[in-house]
Design a protein around this ligand. Structure first.
Ligand SMILES: [Zn+2]
Length: 225
């Protein structure tokens, strides 16, 4: 009977080996019968990302993430930072976003690095949980997030004047030039909101670049689904 189905399929011009569903197998999911290796794309010198079509469900403050993509732990242009353990890299389970968010973030960081090849790598903090959802204190294990629930939010630490690869701990440690450039680049890349520190002179289009408490050491970029 399968032969008959195959012949019918061929007669109708179907491709029997066309990929279906997500581009790649989820590394954590049971293996499928697909014999080919996951399609990976080299986005930086080292990070490789298992791309798949993600879906952001609901809102940043009440949502979830379907088929998320994990941001690599580090690359030539960036490192990730665990805001709870205060160390590099950020833990795997805190680095999931939509494919669009991860692609855009990597592109912004790569272009920033190309423009400033001698600059320190930029620090990236939390995105969302693998399946999104509540990322508050009980889940985060410390200061959590009211949003970051549907894979469209990313925290990016302002570069430090002393060039150390860690978040600033006070506003006078923030290197304002590159910080403003990062804000501009995220706006240019299509962020619908960029939260910035109210005690820093960072600016941007009204209604897009928005001062918000607790953002004096990082910007928070949000994208539309
Ligand atoms: Zn945030």
């Amino acid at each position: 009977m399968p032969i008959v189905i195959a012949l019918v399929a061929l007669a109708l011009g179907w491709s029997l080996d066309a990929p279906r569903g997500p581009h790649t197998a989820d590394p954590g999911a049971p293996h499928t019968a697909t014999p080919s290796a996951p399609r990976t794309v080299e986005h930086d010198r080292s990070p490789r990302v298992a791309w798949r079509d993600s879906v952001a469900v609901g809102a940043p403050g009440a949502g979830r993430l379907v088929r998320g993509v994990r941001l690599p732990a580090e690359g030539r242009s960036f490192f990730t930072w665990d805001p709870i353990l205060r160390r590099r890299p950020d833990r795997d389970w805190r680095r999931w976003g939509t494919d669009d968010l991860v692609r855009t973030t990597l592109r912004v960081l790569r272009r920033f690095h190309r423009r400033h090849p001698g600059a320190p790598r930029v620090g990236v903090g939390d995105l969302s949980l693998r399946r999104g959802g509540y990322f508050g204190a009980e889940v985060s294990g410390g200061i959590g997030h009211a949003t970051h629930q549907n894979g469209l939010d990313v925290d990016v630490y302002y570069p430090r004047l002393d060039r150390r690869e860690r978040p600033p701990t006070s506003v006078d440690q923030v290197d304002l030039g590159p910080s403003q450039e990062l804000v501009d680049r995220f706006v240019e890349a299509g962020a619908i909101t960029v939260f910035v520190g109210p005690n820093l002179p960072l600016t941007g289009p009204a209604g897009v670049v928005v001062p918000l408490v607790n953002h004096d050491n990082h910007l928070h970029a949000r994208f539309a689904p």
